[in-house]
Design a protein around this ligand. Structure first.
Ligand code: CU
Length: 289
């Protein structure tokens, strides 16, 4: 008696569905923990800020959830290649036409609907709990992180093809480098002087469009010191690819020192800059004129 006959169901036909389900369940039980604990720590974007931490958790959750789906396809595929083939030299026969299977259809609809709707709820809740989760939220953000009242405001000014960073609470000094204090909420006001750019502070988990005439607020809370990359992520003309810089997250003392140095260095320029007004529309206070 063959292996196939041993697993035969009613009428002697092998119960392919049950076999596929068992193989799939075993594969899932082995692979999903590997995805979470072995692959998971290497999934971007790291843990430099609260935002990247949240994004990392979401990425691991989505990958873990997609794994059983992928495995089902692979297991079915391999099973079909191995078992549903014509005997060598035999005639190629087709099975009877299948016109419907309400059990499979219902299961399929219920499972996929539950996954998609569940993810929609999960994603929406996460957007709110993580204060926009690193994306630009427009001029008046609805979810704000704890500590937003005492956030350090930084206006990001995009223009073809460089970034400038303005610190309103430090006399409006503008610098070509972005340095930030650690463990403090940063409130970015992302703006543009010309075309549409996208402010992408990769390791901080921030990506927000820079649009002329719009104040796009995004929050980040750096959790450790170190450097991070800043790039433009919106094709903005000839030297778009050149529009990048490196930022630093510093200790409080080092930041205070750095910003004081910038104020001294650019004092001669800062005094000619207008008080925050229409010149850099919109204002970094979030109150567009
Ligand atoms: Cu750009």
């Amino acid at each position: 008696m063959s292996e196939a006959a041993a697993a035969a169901g009613h009428g002697g036909a092998p119960r392919h569905g049950v076999r596929i389900a068992v193989i799939w369940a075993l594969a899932t039980a082995v692979v999903v923990p590997l995805v979470i604990w072995v692959v998971g720590p290497h999934i971007p974007p790291g843990t430099m800020s609260q935002q990247t931490r949240d994004q990392h958790t979401v990425n691991v959750a989505l990958t873990a959830l997609a794994t059983p789906v992928l495995l089902l396809i692979w297991v079915y595929f391999a099973y079909a290649i191995r078992n549903f083939r014509a005997d060598p030299g035999g005639a190629v026969l087709d099975g009877p036409a299948i016109t419907g299977n309400s059990r499979i259809q219902t299961t399929w609809l219920v499972v996929t609907a539950a996954m998609v709707l569940g993810l929609a709820v999960f994603g929406t809740a996460d957007l709110f709990s993580a204060a926009g989760a690193g994306g630009g939220e427009g001029p008046r953000p609805v979810p704000k992180p704890a500590g937003a009242n005492t956030a350090l405001q930084v206006q990001v000014i995009g223009q073809q093809w460089l970034w400038t960073f303005r610190y309103p609470s430090y006399g409006g000094v503008e610098t070509p480098t972005l340095d930030l204090p650690v463990n403090r909420v940063i409130e970015f006001h992302v703006t543009s002087l010309d075309v549409v750019h996208s402010f992408w502070a990769i390791e901080l988990g921030i990506k927000a469009d820079a649009i002329q005439g719009a104040d796009n607020v995004a929050y980040a809370t750096p959790l450790r010191t170190g450097s991070f990359q800043v790039r433009c992520d919106e094709l903005c003309g000839l030297w778009h690819g050149h529009m990048n810089t490196t930022g630093q997250v510093l200790t409080d003392a080092a930041f205070t020192n750095w910003i004081a140095g910038q104020q001294r260095k650019y004092a001669g320029v800062t005094k000619y800059l207008p008080p925050y007004s229409l010149v850099y529309y919109p204002q970094p206070t979030g109150n567009a004129p």
